[in-house]
Design a protein. Structure first.
Length: 248
């Protein structure tokens, strides 16, 4: 069965689109680095989006419940990834019982939420004792530098490393890892090639509404998940923040 792709609105990442490949691979890199926490587990992906990440987790987990508020998105994920148990629901009130899952995965979602503390409290509620919360989110310091209002119109509040840690601990969870995703050597070479930032080069094309330069499009289409690194060094300079926390 052929499943029609989700439309690319800018709110969520969609795989299989050359112009979107940098962002897709950047998100995929975090899934691949963190998926070992999901081995043999019952996992809730809270905010599954298109579903590709939940499907990647499902290759390792015992069961994956993929939750999204948007009806079109949830219907697409159910059709495209039949191995998932897809639910439509509000992340402010997770439709799961207390202590019912081993892992809650929340990748590139918390920055879209109005009540971030309330959401993390819900994550703590549905986690079993010893269960893990996995969160990734854009680092405000590098994503919207010098601003309190996010540049991305779909984001409500972006976080810096200390703010993310404070929210996670405030939900009653024990922070196990706080790290950052950044460009590896190959992407740093592309940064130098495209005027210092391949991100800014892409944004300029979108903002100006110009046709993609052939060399930039080819470079973006060739980005791989392994071109990104996740380390605990210099979190303030990271592109995305990565947190893993445990419910006591």
């Amino acid at each position: 069965m052929t499943v029609e792709p989700l439309p690319l609105t800018g709110e969520r990442t969609v795989p299989g689109i050359a112009e979107e490949n940098y962002w897709f691979r950047r998100h995929e890199a975090a899934y691949l680095d963190l998926v070992h926490h999901c081995a043999g587990a019952v996992v809730l992906e809270a905010g599954c989006g298109e579903g590709y990440g939940a499907a990647l987790i499902a290759a390792h987990a015992a069961r994956v419940v993929a939750l999204d508020y948007d009806q079109l998105t949830a219907e697409h994920a159910a059709r495209a990834y039949p191995e998932l148990a897809v639910l439509r629901g509000n992340l402010a009130s997770l439709p799961l019982r207390d202590a019912s899952v081993d892992v809650v995965a929340n990748l590139q979602v918390i920055e879209h939420l109005w009540d971030q503390a309330g959401f993390l409290a819900e994550c703590a509620r549905v986690l079993r004792p010893g269960g893990r919360l996995i969160v990734t989110t854009p680092n405000r310091i590098t994503f919207s530098p010098g601003r309190d209002t996010p540049l991305n119109p779909f984001h409500t509040r972006e976080l810096n490393p200390d703010e993310l840690a404070e929210l996670v601990v405030g939900a009653g969870l024990e922070l196990e890892l706080l790290a950052g995703l950044r460009h590896g050597p190959r992407l740093r070479e592309l940064d130098a090639r495209f005027g210092g930032s391949i991100i800014d080069a892409q944004v300029a094309v979108v903002v100006e509404g110009d046709e993609w330069p052939a060399d930039l499009l080819a470079a973006v289409a060739d980005v791989r998940s392994e071109d990104f690194e996740i380390t605990t060094d210099d979190l303030d300079a990271s592109l995305d923040l990565v947190a893993v926390a445990v419910r006591p």
